[in-house]
Design a protein around this ligand. Structure first.
Ligand SMILES: *[C@@H]1O[C@H](CO)[C@@H](O)[C@H](O)[C@H]1NC(C)=O
Ligand SMILES: *[C@@H]1O[C@H](CO)[C@@H](O)[C@H](O)[C@H]1NC(C)=O
Ligand SMILES: *[C@@H]1O[C@H](CO)[C@@H](O)[C@H](O)[C@H]1NC(C)=O
Ligand SMILES: *[C@@H]1O[C@H](CO)[C@@H](O)[C@H](O)[C@H]1NC(C)=O
Length: 821
């Protein structure tokens, strides 16, 4: 299926370019030195691009162009595609592109002087008679040494936004993000030891300061940290494990020696651990905030962070971006409220922003009042911008300012925004859409088989997508969120909830034995173990999976499982806890009523009951895509499911799908291994596994895309591909069937005019009760997902977008939802 005359892959081009970049300076200017000795100096003209390299050639140092005639003196990784800067001397004071120089002065200090000889930066090591040379060590540490190799000054003491392995973060050191992607200048986010000895992330912007990690709604201990150890020391080791004195501990998903790593506070406020792959790409192997919208200050005042499904900022209805080129400045009202005056209360009404939350800036908190009264509290108060009301407890929060806004299906909170009575309301539906630019496609993705229709209109798509997310909220229970902020004592009920919401519990084996009545009710059995139904003491019904084949020690298991436990999405089975005692390894997760998709879809005995309807099938296709998208992109980038199949898709009462067993690929990983990209042994299930498993290629999220394609076809047809494919192709070899089938379907799709073959393809049990256009779309997507050449398969991101573009139903719901309160 792959085209034989393809252009060379971009990575080859990049490598060549890189080679050129490395070689050019060799001819154009003096070759890189291994050290700069006392008394010598180099100007920008001499030293751009590279002037020092480390002995093993993994780091380079020199002048790095940050503007049209502006340079920074930096250390970067030699072998990454694109320049990845690890340290910068003068990030906020770039120097002129002519006559600026770096000089090792006779007095022993190294200084960076601008064109006018003004000292922009210095090592402050002078006067020091013993200073001998400036050298770049293999760790990426730029040092001033004496003759014996003793360090007199080191760049490791003044990091910018990145920590390298063995470079500690200490009391006087903080990482500061850069202001935008690829820029040198300092931004507003910091990673630092707070005065109570805890490592935190803070947004320290022009308007507000706000700590957002670890979770500010919990105490230090609930967050798994401690504040009693005042040594304030944390370091990433060569194996990819980070350990700090406040008990912050995490490790790269590809733990092990021999990999280049960096811990970077990115411009978006998220702290990420990266590993450099052999082809020069950076792979995220750990991230502080799985959901980016939890970062504070991202969208400025009044701005709302939304997933559409890519993370972006938007303005609430009646607001517009304050500065079209800068989200830090947030949104402002289109029409002034004109506060004050006796008629103020009568001039305003409230608009519900479902599933939205603004963190902090409470004017007041009033418990147990009616919704109407809560509204009146805000209505009568000129400084109140909005309120949050919790049905059930009747707690009412009025807000003086709207910061740290986010909207997502797991927010569990509605905001009621004060708006003027007539004016803004008319424009509501168009206002609540993301203002940002179109999403960028992964280059090379998007199979020719998937035709975007000519009538396709991006702005409508965004509209639909944001509408879809708004709609989801209708089904989400009321927010508990505000209960847990500082200074409010939780009641007994809330404490119970907190135990649940602080995610995760370690169960004893005895507890689980009791809950499952000694493992009596088996729900199913798979390669990784058997699943039993159980009831916990608090009457939650759970599914308990008994893992076989886990060879990890308790601590490693705990580390892995707690990562999986943090994952929370409506299309993923929620994990409640685990048990790890002696040789027992069990996972406790949410129990999903309707069982797995294969039973409902394929079961011949269910002929008496109605087959799964088309609407449900489409819903399942969308839900599974969203779940996988979340695993691949929105949560931790490294979660690859590796075993997507109908058995692992569970359905709840409303046929909302929930993917089970994600993360198992990681738990069951054997031996040291070199990380998720290189899971060594074949996982997955025959008939659903992508060709690259057999070819021994690195495994990426695209294996899930492939399996998802198979599941899509099976949902259309209502039976296993391996069973029905023989009607379409003349082979029975499972491995051959998919390839041939795809070719056949592709040809049919290319014929365009006549779509009657799709009718023949769709499950006959539906008696023609389906949407032909949707069915064609699903087949198109499936065929694209099944491309043998994985770079031609779409990402889950584009799959979700394609599916949602057809979900016109959400339009009607959208209008219903944004009525005024
Ligand atoms: C405090 O943290 C340091 C650095 O991680 C560690 O070496 C030391 O043992 C800790 N002290 C206590 C009392 O736990
Ligand atoms: C908008 O933001 C950009 C970038 O921060 C800034 O240069 C510009 O001056 C701002 N414009 C206004 C009108 O404030
Ligand atoms: C509604 O939006 C349109 C176009 O965006 C604008 O021209 C109009 O003034 C707005 N109406 C109100 C009442 O804000
Ligand atoms: C959107 O992208 C286009 C081209 O990529 C650019 O010209 C435009 O300024 C961008 N708009 C915003 C609001 O960022």
């Amino acid at each position: 299926m792959a085209n034989k005359y393809q252009a060379p892959p971009t990575s080859v081009v990049c490598t060549n370019l890189l080679l050129l970049l490395v070689l050019l300076p060799l001819f154009a200017s003096p070759s890189p030195l291994s050290q700069l000795s006392r008394g010598s100096s180099l100007s920008v003209e001499d030293a751009a691009d590279t002037f020092l390299v480390s002995q093993d050639n993994s780091f380079s140092c020199g002048f790095y162009k940050v503007g049209s005639n502006a340079y920074a003196f930096s250390v970067w990784f030699s072998s990454s595609n694109g320049r990845t800067v690890a340290w910068t001397a003068n990030r906020d004071r770039p120097v002129n592109g002519r006559r600026s120089r770096i000089a090792f002065r006779k007095d022993g200090s190294v200084v960076l002087a601008d064109a006018d000889d003004a000292v922009v930066w210095s090592t402050d090591t002078g006067p020091s008679p013993s200073a001998d040379r400036l050298r770049l060590r293999d760790t990426g540490n730029l040092v001033v040494e004496d003759r014996d190799g003793e360090i007199l000054w080191q760049s490791f003491d003044t990091p910018t936004d990145t920590l390298l392995p063995t470079q500690p973060i200490t009391k006087n050191v903080r990482l500061v993000s850069s202001v935008s992607e690829g820029a040198a200048a300092s931004g507003y986010y910091s990673f630092y030891f707070d005065s109570d000895n805890v490592l935190r992330l803070i947004y320290d912007g022009p308007d507000i300061s706000s700590i957002y990690w670890p979770n500010p709604d919990y105490t230090v201990y609930q967050n798994g940290r401690t504040n009693y150890n005042s040594s304030r020391y944390g370091v990433l080791d060569d194996e990819g494990q980070f350990l700090a004195s406040d008990r912050l501990a995490f490790s790269a998903s590809d733990t092990g020696p021999g990999t280049r790593r960096r811990l970077t506070l990115d411009y978006d406020g998220n702290l990420r651990l990266y590993s450099l792959t052999h082809d020069g790409h950076w792979l995220v192997t750990w991230v502080a905030l799985p959901k980016l919208c939890d970062v504070h200050g991202l969208c400025g005042r009044n701005g709302i962070c939304v997933y559409t499904p890519r993370t972006r900022c938007s303005c609430p209805p009646g607001y517009e971006m304050a500065n079209a080129s800068d989200w830090n400045e947030g949104c402002r009202r289109k029409t002034d409220m004109g506060c004050g005056g006796d008629d103020h209360p009568r001039r305003v009404k409230f608009l519900r922003l479902p599933d939205t939350d603004f963190w902090g800036f409470d004017l007041n908190y009033t418990p147990s009042v009616s919704f109407k009264r809560c509204g009146n509290l805000c209505r009568g108060d000129c400084s109140c911008e909005a309120f949050t009301y919790r049905t059930g407890t009747g707690n009412c929060y009025t807000k003086s300012a709207l910061f740290n806004g986010k909207s997502s299906s797991s927010t569990n909170s509605n905001v009621y925004l004060k708006v003027l009575r007539q004016a803004e309301v008319a424009n509501v539906s168009q206002a609540y859409k993301p203002v940002c630019n179109a999403t960028e496609n992964e280059p090379g993705v998007g199979s020719p088989a998937v035709r975007y229709r000519a009538r396709f209109n991006w702005s409508y798509l965004y509209w639909f997508v944001s509408a879809f997310f708004l709609v989801e909220v209708l089904f989400i229970s009321v927010g508990w969120w505000f209960m847990f902020r500082k200074g409010k004592k939780p009641t007994a009920v809330e404490e119970g909830y907190m135990m649940i919401s602080s995610q995760f519990k370690k169960f004893t084996y005895r507890e689980l034995e009791k809950a499952t009545e000694n493992f009596r009710h088996e729900l199913g059995r798979g390669g990784s173990g058997a699943v039993y139904k159980g009831v916990l003491d608090d009457e939650r019904v759970v599914a308990v999976k008994r893992l076989v084949d886990v060879t990890q020690g308790e601590e490693e298991f705990w580390a892995e499982v707690s990562v999986i436990g943090k994952i929370n999405h409506m299309n993923l089975v929620r994990m409640w806890g685990f048990c790890s005692q002696r040789s027992h390894r069990l996972l406790v997760s949410e129990y999903v009523e309707n069982g797995s998709l294969d039973k409902i879809l394929f079961d011949g005995n269910a002929a008496a009951s109605a087959p799964l309807g088309w609407k449900e099938r489409f819903k399942i296709a969308v839900g599974v895509a969203k779940g996988l998208f979340y695993l691949h992109h929105e949560c931790l980038e490294w979660v690859i499911h590796c075993d997507v199949k109908p058995e692992n898709i569970l359905l709840d009462r409303d046929f909302e799908p929930k993917i089970a067993d994600f993360g198992l690929a990681k738990l069951l990983k054997r031996g040291g291994g070199a990380g998720p990209e290189y899971l060594s042994r074949i996982r997955g299930t025959r008939g659903y596994i992508a060709p690259e498993w057999a070819l021994n290629l690195p495994i990426t999220g695209k294996v899930d895309v492939y399996s998802y394609g198979v599941v899509l076809l099976e949902m259309v047809r209502g039976s296993r591909v391996s069973n029905w494919a023989t009607d379409w192709v003349d082979t029975e070899e499972v491995e051959m069937v998919m390839g041939k089938l795809c070719l056949a379907l592709k040809e049919k799709l290319a014929e365009k005019e006549d779509e009657s073959w799709v009718r023949n393809l769709v499950d006959s049990r539906l008696n023609g009760q389906f949407d032909l256009e949707q069915a064609t779309l699903i087949v198109e997507i499936a065929v694209a997902c099944l491309e043998e050449e994985r770079s031609r398969r779409p990402t889950m991101d584009s799959v979700v977008r394609m599916l949602l573009s057809y979900d016109y139903k959400s339009k009607e719901l959208h209008e219903e939802n944004l009525v005024c309160v």
